[in-house]
Ligand binder design. Structure first.
Ligand SMILES: NC(=O)c1ccc[n+]([C@@H]2O[C@H](COP(=O)([O-])OP(=O)(O)OC[C@H]3O[C@@H](n4cnc5c(N)ncnc54)[C@H](OP(=O)(O)O)[C@@H]3O)[C@@H](O)[C@H]2O)c1
Length: 306
């Protein structure tokens, strides 16, 4: 069995070593143009040339949960794309979102500013019931985040494409129920995949429908947010602020206003990192399952784009 590794932004050597340890029977190499045909590939943002040269792969394993870097390429309909299915990311996402939510709700930034000035001052406690958390996307990551947020006793609402039932979450689905979902949310967490339907979904029109003093946590993809709409909504007082992990251009350019806005907190696309051991174990397990002719989870639906 031959496996190619074609991942921009990843140091190849430790991944090759881990893959070889998990699949000792396989021949595993870094892709270079003209490489002989392989059975499987492990990819992250591969060039179109890679797909053109390897049309007969049995499966492509994406080193992330979001496959938007692949779906924007010309893919053959028979190509089996497999995304990472949690692989240690959901607990990280839960940490990130709970941190951003609680930091905002408990006004920890304001306390830090007071403390920096030597001020011992209390703020009036706020009610959790005034901060319902709306989670866009109730997939692998969204459901884990919903569970963590509910543990802190915030009311939780969720929105997905198809109707879902998630314990402790008031669920909405489809475009028709989006307004009702937004009106029920004050803190909005985006955990959607980036598709033609979701690009630009965090915009003036939708964010204006949040409860007053809305707060945005975008941990999905930068292109979900219409960046130019955000600051005016914060300046007008409609939104209280935002915690952003992802941006239209990454790294975020030094002159971008988000860096310095006092009500926007920025992190460098780090909410849920791809973990090598978990990812390799999952991919190796799935390759072996495919070789046995078994069903595997996490196969991308080309029609839906995720
Ligand atoms: N910042 C980071 O570090 C980081 C790390 C990992 C992942 N991510 C992002 O997180 C995203 C979510 O990952 P995941 O593993 O949770 O994905 P997933 O399991 O595929 O879940 C996606 C969810 O979004 C919903 N959805 C998709 N299109 C929709 C639409 N048009 N309207 C309403 N709901 C829609 C789906 O609805 P159904 O339930 O009906 O299918 C599903 O509930 C990834 O695509 C990636 O972009 C970011």
């Amino acid at each position: 069995m031959r496996i190619l590794f074609c991942c921009t932004d990843f140091k190849a050597e430790p991944w090759l070593a881990a893959l070889r340890a998990a699949l000792p029977q396989a021949e595993i190499a870094v892709w270079a143009p003209g490489a002989p045909a392989a059975d499987y590939a492990v990819v992250w943002a591969p060039p179109q040339q890679f797909l053109n040269e390897q049309p007969h792969l049995k499966a492509l394993f994406n080193l992330g949960a979001g496959v938007d870097a692949l779906t924007q390429l010309k893919l053959l309909p028979q190509m089996k794309l497999v995304r990472l299915d949690d692989a240690g990311m959901s607990v990280q996402m839960a940490e990130y979102v709970c941190h951003a939510l609680i930091r905002h709700f408990r006004e920890f930034d304001q306390y830090a500013a007071d403390v920096a000035q030597g001020k011992w001052s209390f703020r009036r406690p706020r009610l959790r019931t005034d901060f319902p958390v709306g989670i866009m996307g109730l997939g692998v990551l969204g459901q884990r985040v919903a569970r963590a947020v509910a543990q802190f006793e915030f009311p939780v609402v969720g929105w997905s494409r198809s109707a879902r039932q998630v314990e402790g979450v008031r669920c909405f689905s489809g475009a028709a129920q989006l307004p009702e979902f937004l009106e029920a949310s004050r803190v909005l967490v985006c955990l959607l995949p980036l598709t033609d339907e979701t690009r630009g979904i965090l915009c003036r029109e939708t964010l204006s429908q949040l409860q007053p003093g809305g707060y945005v946590i975008n941990v999905a993809r930068g292109a979900h947010l219409v960046e130019d709409d955000l600051v005016p909504l914060i300046e007008s007082g409609q939104l209280a602020g935002a915690a952003l992990d992802v941006f239209r251009q990454e790294p975020l350019p030094p002159e971008h206003p988000f860096w310095r806005h006092p009500k926007i907190s920025v992190t460098p696309h780090t909410a849920a990192r791809t973990l090598r051991d978990e990812s390799v174990a999952q991919i190796a397990g799935k390759i072996l399952a495919l070789e046995r002719g078994e069903f595997i989870a996490g196969v991308v639906d080309h029609q839906k784009g995720y």
